[in-house]
Design a protein around this ligand. Structure first.
Ligand code: ADP
Ligand code: MG
Length: 318
């Protein structure tokens, strides 16, 4: 069934916002929010495009989930607590079943984090989905990319490379083995590290989420912090599922250059290491200079690929 714009919004998106700070939600020309004086607003936006950020034919519920997950990951990297979102939907057609599944995936994750949908826009066009999220941090307590200093240790949460490996499994429609299923889930349902970000804001010197690839993103962190880094390739957290499906060289390629993991990379002064929670792995250290280098067993190694850039002249994705 095909729906008109107003029916579609009313039926699938205009839920009652379960937050007291939403004074006026969906249905008027704009939303009105009550903001406390003692906190700061943190705002991020991310767009996902069919055929660019997810393969054509991806399940609608996964697209909805992912559209919000990539945004919550940005707030997590700032140490913020998410609160609201707006949604811009450009769809080639308004197919009720598709929109229902999309909304179900979106709200599944929104409800996990207490995020209210407070507005948006709906247009006909190629499939492009933009979510904007906003949340809070306490005054003067947010994380940035720019605070890393020489001697800081670099950590990453969870494991890296699985989402890119999962995408390659999806694209080759590989076998449905358990290992491949867990990799595909890593791509389709990224788990934003909101709680970790809230904890890190107390002591991390710098943080960012990994969306384009570990090395590319570390380049950005180092540029913002005006420093260099050394990454120990042998220390990378590579999951058992990855090792089961790929050889060592491919695992390292995915871990260093594969995007879409939405793990948090952060730096910590050596004296604060005890505050780093379980489940995070030390992968290197901040150095002086500007280079981001890789080592293995103490010796320099050259890396084949560093990450993804939408506007790179040559595709450098794995
Ligand atoms: P206007 O023409 O004044 O911009 P719209 O007709 O586009 O208003 O939207 C009507 C209401 O529905 C607004 O509150 C808007 O924020 C909301 N809305 C439109 N599309 C979406 C969407 N995809 N998700 C959530 N809210 C939406
Ligand atoms: Mg209007």
């Amino acid at each position: 069934m095909s729906l008109g714009e107003f029916d579609l919004i009313a039926r699938y998106f205009a839920r009652h916002a379960a937050r007291g700070d939403v004074l006026l939600g969906i249905g008027d020309d704009a939303a009105v929010i009550a903001t406390p004086a003692d906190r700061r607003l943190v705002i991020a936006m991310d767009t996902i495009v069919e055929g660019v950020h997810f393969p054509v034919g991806t399940a609608a519920a996964d697209i909805g989930y992912r559209a919000l997950a990539v945004n919550l990951s940005d707030l997590a990297a700032m140490g913020a607590e998410p609160a609201w979102m707006t949604l811009s939907l450009s769809l080639p057609e308004s197919e009720a079943q598709w929109v229902a599944a999309f909304a179900q995936g979106l709200f599944e994750l929104a409800d996990l984090h207490g995020v209210a949908l407070i507005g948006g826009d709906t247009v006909r066009g190629p499939m492009v989905i933009t979510v904007q999220v906003a949340g809070y941090v306490e005054t003067d307590r947010w994380l940035t990319r720019s605070g890393a200093k020489e001697g800081d240790l670099i950590f990453v949460s969870g494991s890296v490379g699985e989402a890119a490996a999962g995408l390659s499994v999806i694209q080759q429609s590989g076998p449905g083995a358990a290992a491949s299923r867990s990799l595909r889930q890593r791509f389709l349902r990224p788990q934003p590290r909101v709680e970790l970000g809230r904890h890190l804001r107390m002591f991390a010197t710098a943080a960012m989420d990994i969306s384009d690839g570990l090395l590319t993103d570390l380049d950005k962190l180092c540029a913002a912090s005006n420093c260099g880094a050394e990454v120990d390739v042998g220390a990378l957290p590579i999951s058992a599922a990855m090792r089961e499906m790929f050889d060592e060289a491919s695992c390292v390629d995915y871990a260093l250059a594969g995007g879409d993991d939405y793990e948090i990379m952060f730096t910590v002064r050596p004296a604060q290491v005890a505050l780093v929670p379980a489940g995070c792995t030390r992968i290197g250290a901040i150095t002086k200079g500007k280079d981001v280098r890789c080592i293995r067993d103490g010796l320099p190694v050259t890396v084949r690929r560093r990450g993804y850039d939408h506007f790179a002249t040559k595709d450098s994705a794995p």
